[in-house]
Design a protein. Structure first.
Ligand SMILES: [Zn+2]
Length: 217
């Protein structure tokens, strides 16, 4: 049985009156790729497996800590089997944007770069804020924003991006995640989450439609 009741919960938090931010009234949908029995890519650090689905969840969790600390509302997308259903879940929650968090895999254990995927024009605009922030934060080779959202940016109409911030099959990437699990505080997981937050803030600052515009000063 899936815990969709929990995963479908939208957390709405508010800032004190007068503290208007670009995020006012916005809901960020966060999809942690795979899960629900599906691992995604699997890497290894000195014989210890690192599973993409776990990394995706960890990044989402770190990002949600930052969003919560800043009073930003978010929605955990249910880890449904169908990507179309995941997008529908995000839209049903009234989400304004969607980040589908993935990490890459390769049989080459030294392949490592940052890439993002989009489909629609509004995805490309959104990704143009999220992707460069991740590139800056991780300092890996930039393979750019590609046209192919693997379903997550195909369905629905909300702006979305599917991120593949680094490779869990890369030995450095895998060992970095073990460090994270052991309590390290400046790993790729935290850097990626902070970059996503920074990208979201920049996006909504530049694209505050309707009531948001002009209220920040
Ligand atoms: Zn994936």
């Amino acid at each position: 049985m899936k815990n969709t009741a929990i995963l479908g919960l939208a957390l709405l938090l508010t800032l004190p009156v007068g503290a208007a931010t670009p995020f006012d009234g916005k809901i960020i949908a966060l999809d942690a790729g795979h899960g629900n029995g599906e691992t995604g890519a699997v890497g290894s650090c000195n014989g210890t497996s690192v599973v993409e689905a776990d990394v995706n969840i960890a990044v989402r969790s770190e990002l949600e800590k930052i969003l919560t600390a800043n009073g930003v509302a978010y929605h955990d997308v249910a880890q449904l089997d169908s990507r179309q259903d995941r997008v529908a879940d995000a839209e049903a929650a009234g989400s304004d944007v969607l980040i589908s968090i993935h990490h890459n895999g390769s049989t080459n254990i030294s392949a490592d770069y940052t890439q993002s995927f989009v489909t629609q024009r509004n995805d490309k605009i959104f990704a143009s804020y999220i992707h460069p922030a991740i590139v800056d934060a991780l300092g890996l080779p930039d393979k750019g924003i590609k046209n192919d959202g693997y379903g997550m940016t195909v369905y629905g109409s909300l702006p979305g991006v599917l991120t593949e911030s680094y490779f869990v099959t890369d030995t450095d990437g895998a060992c970095d995640f073990i460090d994270y699990q052991n309590g390290a505080t400046n790993t790729r997981v935290q850097k990626e989450a902070q970059a996503m937050y920074d990208g979201l803030a920049a996006y909504f600052s530049a694209n505050t439609g309707g009531g948001g515009r002009g209220r920040d000063k």
